[in-house]
Design a protein around this ligand. Structure first.
Ligand SMILES: [Zn+2]
Length: 251
């Protein structure tokens, strides 16, 4: 079943995918919110497990709004440390603590991701001795595989730089993910410029969530190191069985 209440892809340069839900044979993927520079959060659920891919600002609000109990989450896979992908982490940890959640909460991030590490450190500095759940972190390398319930998650390094207003600073540790559940495959590109690994992630996926941040008419530098243009995203989409654009421009 596909419920897509968002604007159809590329009717213009903008569009949103609030409430985008895709479901197939026991696995559901919901883009709770996704807009470049603001926030991106994706919820993956099966009968036995649930986790987020990225947790931008407002993730907790989005979960509660959907009547989804954050205590059901096994953890969060972060694609990279930019604020629009991880600013909601502190809120989720604080909520779980305040609700006296027990058990293990896992956080996966690309190795070297300073921002996610810094938020975990800040949380633990304040609450380490009064947090009822166990926080476990995993730094991922290219090609790492994680099993969570019956879902296998493959992490692939993608190409994305730190930048300010399009000015390149330095490479950011960044991952895309490919999920496999009973033969169903789902790809999430994360933020990336065109690169071989993002093609491999998306190839033949049953669903590909593809970032499409840039209008076609930006500098070559931005196209090389920051994001996919609409044309690149579209081209990539044809490799998958079904796809949706995420991380569309905010204006
Ligand atoms: Zn980014």
């Amino acid at each position: 079943m596909i419920l897509n209440k968002g604007v159809q892809a590329f009717s213009g340069v903008t569009g949103d995918y609030l409430d985008m839900r895709w479901e197939k044979d026991g696995i559901a993927v919901e883009v709770l919110f996704s807009k470049a520079g603001l926030a991106t959060q994706i919820l993956v659920t099966t009968e036995e497990t649930a986790f987020l891919i990225d947790a931008g600002d407002g993730t907790l609000r989005d979960l509660i709004h959907k009547n989804f109990l954050p205590q059901r989450l096994k953890g969060i896979f972060f694609t990279h440390g930019h604020a629009d992908h991880m600013a909601g982490l502190y809120g989720i940890l604080g909520f779980l603590r305040a609700e006296n959640h027990t058990g293990t909460f896992r956080i996966w991030y690309p190795k070297g991701c300073e921002e996610v590490r810094a938020v975990i450190d800040a949380f633990q500095r304040c609450y380490k001795n009064t947090t009822p759940f166990t926080l476990v972190e995993h730094a991922l390398n290219d090609g790492d595989e994680v099993e969570i319930g019956q879902i296998k998650v493959l992490a692939r390094e993608v190409k994305h730089w730190h930048s300010i207003k399009g000015q390149l600073l330095r490479p950011a540790p960044a991952m895309g993910y490919r999920l496999e559940f009973r033969g169903i495959t789902i790809a999430v590109t994360g933020d990336t410029a065109p690169c071989p690994s993002v093609v491999e992630l998306v190839q033949d996926a049953d669903l590909a969530l593809i970032e499409a941040s840039l209008p076609d008419e930006v500098s070559e530098e931005q196209k090389m190191f920051l994001h996919l243009t609409h044309s690149e995203a579209k081209k990539l989409g044809t490799l998958a069985r079904d796809f949706r654009f995420i991380h569309l421009p905010k204006d």
